[in-house]
Design a protein around this ligand. Structure first.
Ligand code: NAD
Length: 340
């Protein structure tokens, strides 16, 4: 089958090339999928996308018009795809629901420990030969109350590490996970978690119920020295309200691997550009905010898993076999329409 892989970069292309390239005819482009680049997909039945790609309704209509019938997402999250529009356009979509949840959970822990133990400041002082410790005091995670919002695969992996540290772990999730309960995680209401935790890590998907879940009122209810970690999706946190909370010192430290306006910013080389997003500039200006550019997934194991499941999804679809990772059923809808 002929596949166009959008948004491929030097770090993931070799994995995809080895895996998909062995069976299919794959073309790679570093360009993001947008309305402007959708026409690149003409003559490709399938495309492979990453989270930076735009699969909104107009883009999907354009893809359908040039003959695309299958989208293999190289991510677990699918908030960048309008699934209803994909279904209406007759395009099937599948994701990679699981690929090393440890990669993201471990990155969240790395960020937590980096801000807590002031590792970035310490490194800068070391370069200056300033060996004073006056500004570098952190805290023990042992004995602290850690809150996890979303106890799916990544949330549970994060919970395991936190219990290893000797923290008390609370969680909020509309669906309880027995794996979390088995390791001593206690479920509470979101409002209780917000008030009681020293550390809060977000691991829920972005959807209508989680967009702006962390907004002004919630920041006011948190402990003033709380560390907030977001490795899920930027829009779960209201950025303007977060900035206000940081300005008013209502929050201890923030670790962000994701940002609500990251599309077109993260994953690209902007060294020669003037960045025009004032919220991002403000966020970067705080010494208690640590930002990484959506790199939590970036481990050898995760990239291997992503490539393998992307191939399995493409194979399933091309062989018309049942695909357990398929997120919509355009064929059924088309069949039903045909009967009516
Ligand atoms: P998952 O589906 O296994 O778990 C998500 C959990 O969130 C589920 O238990 C679900 O019930 C829960 N949830 C849904 N709505 C909620 C709400 N309102 N409040 C609390 N919990 C809620 O997903 P996962 O594999 O653990 O991934 C979680 C998210 O992490 C993904 O959706 C994606 O956005 C993000 N992610 C980020 C990266 C990265 O590189 N930064 C990589 C992979 C995934």
């Amino acid at each position: 089958m002929r596949i166009l892989a959008y948004s491929t970069k030097p770090y993931d292309k070799p994995y995809l090339e080895r895996c998909l390239g062995a069976k299919h005819e794959v073309r790679f482009t570093e360009r993001r999928l947008t309305l402007d680049t959708a026409s690149l997909a003409s003559e490709f039945e399938a495309i492979a996308l990453f989270t930076s790609d735009d699969a909104s309704a107009p883009v999907l209509e354009k893809l359908a018009s040039v003959g695309v019938r299958f989208i293999a997402l190289r991510s677990a999250g699918f908030d960048h795809v309008d699934l209803n529009a994909a279904t209406k356009s007759g395009i099937a979509v599948a994701n990679v629901p699981e690929y090393s949840p440890y990669s993201i959970a471990e990155h969240a822990v790395a960020m937590l420990m980096t801000v807590n133990r002031k590792i970035v400041q310490s490194q800068l002082l070391m370069q200056l030969q300033d060996f004073r410790l006056d500004t570098l005091t952190g805290f023990d995670v042992h004995g602290k109350v850690v809150g996890i919002v979303g106890t799916g695969k990544i949330g549970v992996a994060f919970a395991r590490i936190m219990t290893g540290f000797g923290a008390v772990v609370l969680a909020s999730d509309p669906v309880r996970n027995p794996e979390a309960e088995a390791i001593g995680v206690r479920y509470v209401q979101f409002g209780e978690l917000i008030k009681d935790c020293d550390i809060i890590s977000i691991h829920c998907p972005l959807n209508d119920s989680t967009r702006n879940l962390f907004s002004k009122d919630r920041f006011l209810q948190m402990k003033r020295n709380v560390v907030l970690i977001n490795t899920s999706r930027g829009a779960v946190v209201n950025t303007n309200d977060l900035i206000e909370a940081l300005e008013k010192k209502n929050i201890g430290a923030v670790c962000l691997d994701v940002y609500d306006k990251e599309k077109g910013l993260f994953f690209e080389d902007h060294r020669a550009d003037v960045l025009t997003d004032p919220s991002f500039a403000r966020l970067r200006s705080f010494t208690n905010v640590l930002i990484t550019g959506h790199q939590a997934f970036l481990t050898h194991e995760a990239l291997t898993g992503i490539a393998a499941t992307t191939l399995a999804n493409i194979d399933c679809w091309s062989e018309k076999a049942e695909c357990r990772n398929q997120l919509n059923q355009p064929d059924l809808i088309f069949a039903n329409n045909a009967v009516q």
